[in-house]
Design a protein around this ligand. Structure first.
Ligand code: AMP
Length: 547
């Protein structure tokens, strides 16, 4: 974990000691390897130490947990054995993770107890923990309400209430629960609201409950966006699975999260990947809590490399190994996209995010790009040769990985026996075994059936006017070309006046432009050498009859 990369270039280089935090907390930070506060920490810690209410817009991975946990722990009275800090989180995973962070930062503080409470797990240990006087409780709204109703959790001594990932909590329909809990907290508590995005519902909630709040916005810094390379691959719906396998086959990723829309898709996609030799697991709302934790642990320890998940099931996952997020299904809004891609590029590491989109989903892609303030880089599907090269390599690695297996000596004997009995070379037997492992699906990706995915034109071209001719140029939608780029280049570089330029049709990989008949040869020569959006035009005349 590199603390430097969490810093924005212009932030004050003062370490954590400038805040006046308790020594025990500083010691724990040293033990955690944190040397410099991240921007969200620099801005919020002083405000929270003054006990101000706060509304902070900060994305996941920015260090926001420490930003609220450190002041909360600093203000805690360890002698009082009651709940003094309550953190509400949208999911069990996030509750666990935040509780772990509190425990880590508070490790040197004597007698501080932190307790995660969430649905889907036994009430009894939670009740015991609360009876023992946990001062920091981190929980999901439903289970917190249950404990409050049955009298096992009292908020009379509450000093601080944190809403973590507030946008997510409201999106998941927890608004009534959160309001119910907030209405039952003492008036003097400090309220801290953290959210990756600020939809109107979050604003309303803050307007209703926060008193004269300080506002902090951590703009996604250039370093953050550069850290996660965001790409787009346009595919037909019927080719999505093939595209996914090809991308996984060819792109180096330590661990990958694949996001799909439905529970059923988590199972289908994960078993398809399993069939291609990937160590993968499905994560959806039906997977029981203990199994979810196991899946995340297996991902963390490298026993699983690909997790196929729905949005809800993947909230709060913080696994540094995840170097790639693949949006197999386009998220339905930009906020979900932000949360999904935040599963990679954790703790200042590099990450990649890929969005698979079908031609029909262009509007969703554009909405994501607008909200995200940047265009996604268009990626080409890998060609057959590249896919095959990587497949061979991966298959070899799988074989090498199995050499230590407990039964290898037994199989060795078996192969020798068979070779002797049938007079077969061992290569032949090895090949047959490889075929058994591969099953019925073809191993090689065929060049005749190119993996590069062809897309339908965005719209049909309209007929050609009588005095015009139609030309094809090799820039299209996937190169982000706009009609204005083409008109601009034709006018500025070739001196063709705007009025003389006819219809322009932009397709996925090329465009057509109608130009006056009988262009002078020297002008055509200029056009042939032109570039638009850095791509050579490679202009050529099309045989299209005019109407
Ligand atoms: P969060 O946004 O709270 O989920 O934190 C993202 C990751 O950054 C976690 O793995 C933290 O342990 C780590 N982190 C938070 N603050 C710092 C810091 N000041 N220096 C180094 N790592 C940090």
């Amino acid at each position: 974990m590199t603390s430097d990369s969490l810093l924005s270039a212009g932030s004050p280089a003062a370490g954590f000691d400038c805040f006046g935090l308790r020594d025990e907390l500083l010691q724990a930070l040293v033990a955690s390897g944190y040397r410099q506060p991240s921007p969200v920490q620099t801005q919020t810690i002083p405000l929270l130490l003054q006990r101000r209410d706060l509304i902070a817009q900060a994305q996941t991975g920015t260090g926001k947990t420490a930003a609220f946990a450190l002041p909360c722990l600093h203000n805690l009275d360890a002698q009082q054995r009651c709940c003094q800090v309550l953190v509400l989180t949208p999911t069990r995973e996030l509750a666990l993770q935040v509780a772990k962070s509190f425990a880590r930062y508070g490790a040197q503080l004597p007698q501080v107890r932190v307790l995660p409470i969430y649905g889907g797990s036994d009430f009894r240990p939670q009740i015991q923990g609360l009876r023992r006087g946990a001062q920091v409780v981190v929980g999901t709204p439903g289970r917190v309400m249950d404990h409050m109703r049955q009298g096992t959790l009292s908020l009379d001594g509450l000093r601080g209430l944190v809403l973590d990932e507030a946008d997510e909590m409201l999106r998941m329909g927890f608004i009534d629960d959160v309001t119910w809990i907030m209405e039952r907290t003492p008036t003097e508590r400090q309220l801290m609201l953290f959210s990756a995005t600020m939809p109107p519902e979050v604003r309303q909630l803050s307007g209703r409950f926060l008193r004269d709040p300080a506002e902090v916005t951590i703009a996604t810094s250039k370093a953050d966006t550069q850290r996660i390379r965001q790409q787009l691959l346009m595919v037909h719906a019927s080719q999505k699975l093939r595209a996914l396998v090809q991308v996984l086959d060819t792109e180096a990723s330590e661990a990958t999260m694949v996001f799909v829309r439905t529970k059923q898709a988590t199972v289908e996609v994960s078993s398809a990947l399993d069939g291609h030799g990937y160590r993968c697991a499905a994560l959806n709302g039906d997977v029981v809590q203990s199994q979810r934790e196991q899946v995340i642990e297996r991902l963390r320890s490298g026993r699983v490399d690909v997790v196929v998940a729905t949005d809800v099931a993947a909230r709060g996952i913080d696994v540094e190994r995840i170097t790639m997020v693949i949006n197999y299904d386009v998220p339905l809004d930009a906020e979900a996209y932000v949360h999904r891609i935040g599963r990679t590029g954790r703790a200042g590491r590099q990450g990649r995010a890929l969005l698979l989109a079908t031609p029909r989903e262009r509007r969703l892609v554009q909405a994501i790009e607008r909200a995200n303030g940047q265009q996604l880089e268009v990626m080409d599907a890998p060609d057959a040769d590249t896919v095959n090269r990587h497949r061979r390599q991966r298959f070899k690695e799988r074989i090498l990985g199995a050499l230590d297996g407990a039964d290898v000596p037994v199989f060795e004997q078996l192969v020798q026996e068979l070779s002797a009995e049938k007079c077969l070379p061992v290569e032949h037997i090895a090949a047959a075994l490889a075929q058994l492992v591969q099953g019925a699906k073809p191993f090689a990706c065929s060049a005749e059936e190119p993996p590069v995915l062809r897309l339908n034109p965005r719209r049909q071209s309209r007929p050609l006017a009588a005095h015009m001719e139609r030309y094809r140029i090799e820039v299209g939608w996937k190169h982000r070309v706009k009609p204005s780029n083409i008109v601009g280049a034709l006018a500025n570089q070739a001196g063709i006046r705007g009025q003389s330029i006819g219809r322009i049709h932009i397709f996925d990989e090329h465009s057509t432009v109608d130009l006056p008949k009988d262009l002078p040869e020297d002008l055509f020569a200029t056009l042939r050498n032109m570039r638009v959006v850095s791509k050579p035009l490679r202009i050529r005349k099309l045989e299209v009859s005019a109407v």
